[in-house]
Ligand binder design. Structure first.
Ligand code: PLP
Length: 386
């Protein structure tokens, strides 16, 4: 009976308007109606990527789009750099290795970001690097890498393409693909894009298209040249996720209703600050510094003296509040508070309040209401901002 309060880093809650859009009658993916839907929607979603390039739609999870980026631009034996600051950077490493690429791995501690200087120093002694891969928002740690600056380092120190996994960022974090010199930007539907899983979005720069054209890729289903060819006709090479594209159209309308994508970004920034200040007020540690903190997910250290599994289980069972645990080496050490997509300051107040209830049940020493008050102060100052 009680709704599950899904504060995960994806899948995330779906707006009613999007659910209703997805419930429309099915249409043929070779019909005029589809071409209209496809053309309008792929145009409408561009501000979320910050690009003038076409947005391609793959009927897949984010991983397939990452794989598409790898297999279309590189061939076995090519030299690439992968910046990894957590579990999803490691994904990129695994995909590149699987395709026989020679991977130079720039590994940072989990919880840290990669800076422009670090990437620059890493690239300086290397030559013939075909591509640099990086994760924009590392979902396992709640770090937002400064990809605009990383793009500068790539251009200053190499002729490589710059390929970015934007899976848990796009739709909630600012993105300026063209200005930041990103050559391929990828995202998935089920995170800040307010959709169910199953649709990947991808954009490619002119420079990357040239590389793709000259690369003898072995990809068939993930062949981006065939996506480009069909995109010209307002369609996709195979049967697309039609209902999800109907939903995506509604997502774009919702972003307009909010006042445009810059307002959506502002809301995510407010929610990030609400979560961070409330944890400070409860003396609960955060994994990352404020400087590189993600606007879509916050990694919170296990409150002192608590068994994390029991605490998260209790929050879910008793208060229907569903947080995500830590991954890999951070399992048991952190939990992840998702605040992306269809999530609002009121949801943060609710989650912090219920979390405080759970902390009281576990006799955690704190002043009841301190976290909510701190979150509320951030919200009030954003509302009252001149
Ligand atoms: N990259 C990032 C940053 C992610 O957060 C995820 C999923 O959580 C992925 C890639 C993989 O996406 P998917 O699970 O849709 O294949």
């Amino acid at each position: 009976m009680y709704p599950n309060i899904l504060r995960h880093p994806g899948p995330t809650p779906i707006p009613k308007k999007v659910e209703l859009a997805m419930a429309q009658n099915m249409i043929s993916h070779r019909s005029e109606e589809f071409v209209k839907l496809y053309r309008e929607t792929t145009e409408h979603v561009k501000p979320v990527f910050g690009t003038k390039q076409d947005i391609l739609l793959l009927p897949s999870g984010g991983t397939a789009a990452l794989e598409a980026a790898v297999v279309n631009i590189a061939s076995p034996g090519d030299e690439v750099v992968v910046v990894t600051v957590g579990a999803f950077g490691d994904y990129f490493v695994s995909i590149c290795e699987k395709y026989g690429l020679n991977v130079h791995k720039l590994q940072k501690e989990w919880g840290e970001a990669c800076t422009k200087e670090e990437l620059g120093d890493f690239l300086k002694p290397l030559s013939n690097i075909k591509a640099v891969f990086a994760t924009y928002n590392e979902t396992s740690t709640g770090i937002l890498n400064p990809v605009g600056q990383l793009g500068e380092a790539v251009r200053e120190h190499s002729d490589a393409l710059f390929i970015v996994d934007g899976v848990s960022a796009i739709g909630g974090a600012p993105a300026e693909m063209d200005e930041w010199g990103i050559d391929i930007l990828v995202t998935g539907s089920q995170k800040a894009m307010m959709l169910p899983p199953g649709l990947a979005l991808l954009a490619v720069s002119d420079q990357a298209w040239k590389v793709i054209e000259s690369n003898d890729s072995s990809a068939y289903y993930l062949n981006l040249l065939s996506y480009r060819e069909w995109n010209e006709k307002g369609m996709t090479p195979n049967t697309p996720a039609v209902s999800l594209i109907m939903g995506l159209s509604a997502v774009c309308d919702l972003i307009d209703e909010e006042g445009g994508f810059s307002k959506t970004v502002e809301r995510h920034e407010v929610m990030k600050n609400m979560v961070r200040k409330s944890m400070n007020a409860l003396s609960i540690g955060l994994l990352t510094t404020d400087e590189y903190a993600s606007p879509t997910i916050t990694a919170i250290r296990t409150p002192e003296g608590l068994d994390l599994g029991s605490f998260l289980g209790h929050l879910k069972k008793t208060y229907h509040l569903d947080f995500a645990g830590g991954l890999g080496p951070l399992q048991g050490k952190i939990f992840r508070f998702g605040h992306m997509g269809y999530c609002f300051p009121s949801d943060i107040l609710e989650a912090v309040s219920l979390m405080e209830a759970g902390l009281q049940d576990f006799s955690y020493p704190f002043e009841p209401g301190a976290g909510v008050k701190a979150a509320q102060e951030v919200y009030l100052s954003s509302v009252r901002k001149p």
